[in-house]
Design a protein around this ligand. Structure first.
Ligand code: KIV
Length: 275
């Protein structure tokens, strides 16, 4: 299909065609998702989903590079967005541009960063260097300590109005799209109608320009509690565990490997190793 670019996403928003984004952290997930979704995100969620951290704060630029490289080598069609980790875009415009520009040099098409008006200057500095920026507002996982947990945001009049203001600031600073995470559906709908750039929702109701879910959540690969906004389209954890356990059973019962799954010596050599 058509290679997804930033102007294509804007056209889709203008036409009312919904945008689908998921995460990819390695070559396997990238190969599965690239032909199907519009945007692949190498998300900081790699920290919780793949690396066993409780939140995204320990994720470093080096970790992101490792996962971005694997995805960049494999994708061919979807727009590739790399997520800026905690402290990689806070210290100075120089450091921010070097980190973000490094992601582009490794094959990302754009970067994503969390935060509103207080990040607008950084967004402008990146856009001035031809680095496309996706914003991220609402339940921003890097703010977990400030929020006191992963909680829905924008539920008071003040917070809701601040979110709309932040969204407008990011658009004016040059963001090409905006993730809205963990906010009431009405607020996300209002932001989507008010902005010209596309909004991509996660736990933000049905009226955004698109939706994002973590790959492992869509496929049911994560055991245990599923947040309300996750819909799993496969029971991946169970399906994979059942397949693995059939293989282990075959190994224990000496039913694996079969003769057609084994290599053979040439006819004349069989005797040579017998004595
Ligand atoms: O880290 C991530 O995967 C994200 C998306 C869920 C938006 O930021």
């Amino acid at each position: 299909g058509e290679r997804v670019t930033i102007p294509v996403l804007q056209r889709w928003k203008d036409e009312g065609r919904r945008i689908a984004m998921t995460t990819a952290y390695d070559a396997v997930s990238a190969r599965i998702a690239d032909p199907i979704v519009d945007i692949l995100l190498v998300g900081n969620s790699v920290g919780n989903v793949c690396l066993g951290f409780d939140n995204t704060l320990p994720v470093s630029v080096a970790m992101m590079n490792h996962h971005l490289d694997a995805v960049a080598r494999t994708r061919s069609r979807a727009l590739l967005v790399a997520d800026m980790p905690f402290l990689s875009f806070h210290l100075s415009p120089e450091e921010t541009i070097r980190n973000a520009g490094g992601f582009l040099q490794r094959g990302a098409d754009a970067i994503k960063l969390e935060g509103g008006a207080k990040r607008a200057a950084m967004v402008r500095a990146l856009v001035d260097c031809e680095i496309p920026v996706m914003g991220h507002l609402g339940l921003t996982p890097q703010s977990v300590n400030v929020m006191g947990g992963f909680k829905v945001q924008g539920r008071t009049a003040n917070d809701a109005l601040r979110l709309l203001d932040d969204a407008y600031c990011l658009q004016e600073a040059g963001c090409f799209a905006l993730v809205l995470e963990g906010v009431p559906a009405e607020l996300a709908a209002r932001a989507t109608e008010y902005l010209t750039i596309p909004t991509i929702g996660i736990g933000a109701g049905p009226d955004c320009s698109g939706q994002v879910l973590v790959f492992h959540d869509v496929l049911g690969l994560i055991e245990g509690h599923r947040p309300k906004f996750v819909r799993s389209y496969a029971d991946g954890f169970k399906v994979l565990q059942e397949a693995l356990s059939r293989w282990v059973g075959d190994v224990r019962e000496e039913a694996f490997p079969a003769s057609n799954e084994s290599y053979r010596l040439p006819e004349g050599l069989r005797d040579a190793i017998a004595s």
